[in-house]
Design a protein around this ligand. Structure first.
Ligand SMILES: [Fe+2]
Length: 373
């Protein structure tokens, strides 16, 4: 297992690079724009290929590296489904998984610091974003933060993980790198409260100044979608009407780039082929399966995904490989459904919230000590 905790000293942000092996797939959590050169070089040195870049929430203190990493590595950008980011490639809900080769994260919706905060559990560790910090908790006074929600997220979700679970936060300002759930339960001063109201009072009395970068970072982090309005991009983009006409005319092969879990949850356009996005480059290369199919049938490939970002990159890759007829569906299956396009019935059972124990046992704290900001 490759596990690297990288640090941005300007914003005191921790970024995590994870891969199961050299030569394999990688994912990165909470990358910082100014450090992207460093991440890319490290991934080259470790011989890993970035497949997914995840933000735990919309950050206010730095500009995310998600967009730049996507532009440079063609990776899939991932956030929680409550994110207000304009476009990410993939959104995950509570209890859903983010997978790459040999690595699987489970998302936990942990609002409170912001209303789009998610934590991610990976085996013996949890990435807590700014929800639970080492001996602290994330502020709750902007971006729809809510101390009531944060109390629930921490006491009824995160602290219900096994005590030995390693806690890896998105920030630390004192130089600590890792903690455990048990340690935070016992020693985190913000958590030594006797009631929800006491926690809310603590959080509402912090009176912290806004982050220096906030006015720049939040708008930038919300608008990070791939720019598809370039002249080239527009040329290989089709709206839902054009795709419906191509299907009716029988001259299109629809290629679904989403993962099986997304197809199960959202349904698919009837008659689609399934080629997950990470494999598409090899399939559109000369001699690849999709290249052979397009050449043999004379049909044009039309890629689609969840929101149109993976498909735009796939169409560009196909055209770069010589498949000049390749197109993609703007806005993905979301736009398709909004336009009334046919989809198969979703098959996935509804994801259930982890069966955490009930709240009452979590809210009883022993030996309270005065909370500190
Ligand atoms: Fe934050």
């Amino acid at each position: 297992m490759i596990f690297r905790q990288l640090f941005d000293p300007t914003s005191s942000t921790y970024t995590y690079l994870i891969a199961s092996r050299r030569g394999g797939e990688a994912l990165i959590i909470d990358p910082v724009l100014e450090r992207v050169d460093r991440y890319v070089k490290l991934m080259e040195e470790l011989d890993v290929r970035l497949i997914k870049a995840i933000d735990t929430h919309i950050h206010a203190d730095h500009i995310t590296g998600l967009g730049e990493l996507r532009n440079r590595t063609k990776c899939i950008t991932v956030m929680g489904e409550r994110s207000s980011a304009d476009v990410v490639s993939m959104r995950v809900g509570d209890g859903e998984r983010v997978d790459i080769e040999g690595v699987s994260l489970e998302s936990i919706y942990t609002p409170g610091h912001t209303d789009d905060s998610y934590s991610f559990v990976m085996g013996d560790r949890v990435f807590t974003g700014d929800t639970l910090l080492i001996r602290g908790t994330g502020r709750t006074d902007f971006q729809n933060g809510d101390p009531v929600q944060q109390y629930d997220s921490i006491f009824n979700r995160l602290l219900k993980l096994p005590e030995e679970t390693l806690v890896y936060p998105a920030h630390d300002y004192k130089g600590d790198t890792v903690s455990t759930i048990g340690e935070e339960k016992a020693f985190n001063p913000r958590l030594q409260v006797e009631s929800l109201q006491q926690y809310v009072d603590v959080m509402n009395s912090l009176n912290l100044p806004n982050p220096r970068m906030m006015d720049v970072a939040v708008p930038a982090n919300i608008r990070m979608g791939l720019d598809q309005n370039t002249p080239d991009g527009a040329a290989w983009t089709l709206g839902t009407d054009a795709v419906m006409k191509a299907i009716d005319a029988g001259d299109a092969v629809l290629v679904d780039l989403r993962e099986t879990s997304e197809r199960d949850k959202q349904g698919e356009i009837p008659g689609s082929m399934h080629t997950p996005y990470p494999n598409v480059a090899e399939h559109v290369a000369p001699g690849g399966m999709l290249a052979q199919l397009a050449n043999a049938t004379g049909k044009r490939l039309i890629f689609y995904c969840a929101y149109g970002e993976r498909s735009a990159m796939a169409a560009e890759a196909a055209r770069s490989a010589g498949l000049m007829g390749a197109r993609h569906l703007k806005g993905g299956i979301r736009a398709w459904k909004e336009a009334g396009g046919a989809v198969t019935s979703p098959t996935a059972p509804k994801t259930a919230r982890r069966p955490w124990p009930c709240r009452s046992s979590a809210t009883r704290r022993s030996a309270p000590s005065p909370p500190r900001p």
